[in-house]
Design a binder for this molecule. Structure first.
Ligand code: FAD
Length: 461
């Protein structure tokens, strides 16, 4: 029986970041994920903003880890080739009360360690966002808010973890846990995994796992966020992230460029019961269109490419729920709700600190492989179809398979042969952008599916 030092449960962006970090130490690591791919739940359906943390509640763990995570992910993105665009955000006040709140938000940003915010008058607001709807009164600029590819981020972490020797155990849903004196047995739907320590990064399922270990300290309430993605022709309308003044319910509905060259409107914020209900709704989309009409009426004249929804793992607590139980050799990362993409690397760093404080040896290992260079799927950076030198060396980068998104056969081939290959067409989409364009796979769906089936030797789902 193999015993790993640490079993990380949950292959979302947080679990992948933790597995990457721990596998760089003198520790054997297994990453257990219920689904057939990493990053396949909340980490694939968010607004993909790398937050400065300017509006977090000062003094919270979330505030600290979002600030730190911003710096860590910004730095890691460079060698890993994760697309990031520092487009900046403008927080817009639409009435006198909101206008009066802006200086308070600026002070809050400073309290959160972010000092580059700037109040601007209404003329400057319209200079920066010419297509903004009428009626704005003033704004607060946060120049460092950025857009990022959340898919590539999670994939880079998982890839590096695997290349460092971590065991990626997909389709391993943990269904029961037995804590022994020195070892913990995790029962999964594919047999048992034995570990000394367990890290719970199970997102929407973190409270269920926590209860398996005998705790009763929080309940996840899925908070659904629906979004509308507009066609690439809308992109020139929106140069910056346009934010509303946040409320107690969350950050509110924003308009933002996406890293793939589209424009996004959303998300809504609605507590629901079903932890799997990522359907968009007529009510949610109507609400977004109503907000969009005020925020940027011109945007609504553009074509809609797609809609989607994600579920934030909200809890009854106002902060992340991160706790260690040294007796059980168990570490909980719960309630990582609307900022987990940004905070992921800082959460991983925090895990190392907490394990060290519990007496686990976490010394870094020498001779680690270089950070993997991920394929670029960001619109603002050179992509294979436009790279003449690359095509001259390998003509497969000049053969388009998805015409809307200009994805080449070379990219599909590389994704299928990668350290963490996709298991279905949706996974291939997140690695290459195939099928996510304006035709939504109408033209290339059959061909992309064929390439996937050829590679996996089975029918794709
Ligand atoms: C609409 C929306 C907008 C957002 N916008 C942003 C943003 O702009 N910036 C930002 O930083 N954050 C944002 N977030 C938050 C961010 O997406 C999440 O905080 C982050 O993805 C959480 O990652 P995770 O790894 O904790 O959870 P998940 O991605 O949900 O991963 C948890 C994994 O655990 C697995 N799992 C669960 N139970 C088990 C089990 N028993 N056994 C094995 N595996 C299990 C699941 O299958 C899943 O893959 C947003 C979220 C939403 C919904």
């Amino acid at each position: 029986m193999t015993v790993v030092d640490v079993a990380v449960v949950g292959g979302g962006i947080v679990g992948c970041a933790v597995a990457r970090e721990l596998s760089g130490r003198h520790l054997s690591v297994a990453l257990l994920e219920a689904r057939g791919d990493i990053g396949d739940v909340t980490s694939k359906a968010n607004t993909a903003i790398l937050h400065t943390g300017f509006d977090a509640t000062p003094g919270t763990l979330e505030s600290r880890l979002v600030r730190r995570g911003y710096d860590l992910l910004s730095a890691y993105a460079v060698p890993a080739g994760i697309p990031v665009e520092r487009v900046g955000a403008v927080l817009v006040a639409w009435d006198d009360e909101q206008l009066a709140t802006l200086p308070t938000l600026l002070a809050k940003a400073v309290a959160n360690g972010y000092e580059r915010g700037e109040l601007i008058d209404v003329d400057e607001v319209y200079r920066r966002i010419p297509h903004l709807g009428a009626g704005a009164l003033g704004g607060l600029v946060i120049p460092d808010e950025s857009i990022v590819c959340s898919w590539t981020s999670a994939l880079a972490f998982a890839t590096e973890a695997v290349q460092r020797g971590a065991a990626l155990m997909l389709r391993h849903r943990v269904t029961g846990i037995d804590v022994g004196a020195e070892r913990t047995v995790l029962r999964t739907d594919r047999g048992e995994v034995t570990a000394r320590w367990v890290v719970n990064a199970a997102g929407l399922g973190a409270d269920v796992l926590d209860r398996m270990l005998g705790h009763d300290r929080f309940t996840v309430v899925p908070r659904r966020g629906e979004l509308i993605v507009f066609d690439k022709l809308a992109r020139p309308l929106v140069e910056h992230i346009v934010l509303p003044v946040p409320t107690a319910r969350g950050k509110g509905v924003l308009v933002s460029p996406t890293i793939y060259g589209n424009v996004m409107l959303g998300p809504t914020s609605e507590n629901i019961e079903d932890r799997t209900d990522t359907a968009t709704t007529a009510v949610g989309l109507d609400l977004l269109l109503d907000k969009g009409r005020i925020l940027m009426p011109r945007l609504l004249e553009e074509e809609v490419t797609a809609t989607y929804a994600g579920l934030r793992a909200a809890t009854e607590h106002d902060d992340y729920v991160v706790e260690v139980d040294a007796d059980q050799r168990y570490l909980l990362l719960g309630g990582i709700r609307s900022t987990g993409l940004t905070a992921s690397m800082a959460l991983a760093e925090h895990v190392v600190e907490l394990l060290a404080a519990s007496g686990v040896g976490v010394e870094p290992r020498d001779g680690l492989p270089a950070t993997p260079r991920m394929p670029n799927i960001g619109e603002a950076f050179l992509r294979p179809y436009a790279d003449a030198e690359r095509i001259a060396v390998d003509p497969e980068y000049g053969r388009l398979v998805c015409f809307c998104e200009r994805v080449t056969r070379g990219e599909v081939r590389d994704a299928l042969a990668s350290s963490v290959p996709p298991s279905d067409v949706d996974g291939l989409r997140r690695r290459t952008r195939a099928l996510m364009g304006r035709c939504q796979g109408f033209y290339c769906g059959a061909e992309v599916t064929r390439l996937l089936e050829e590679s996996t030797g089975e029918g794709a789902s």
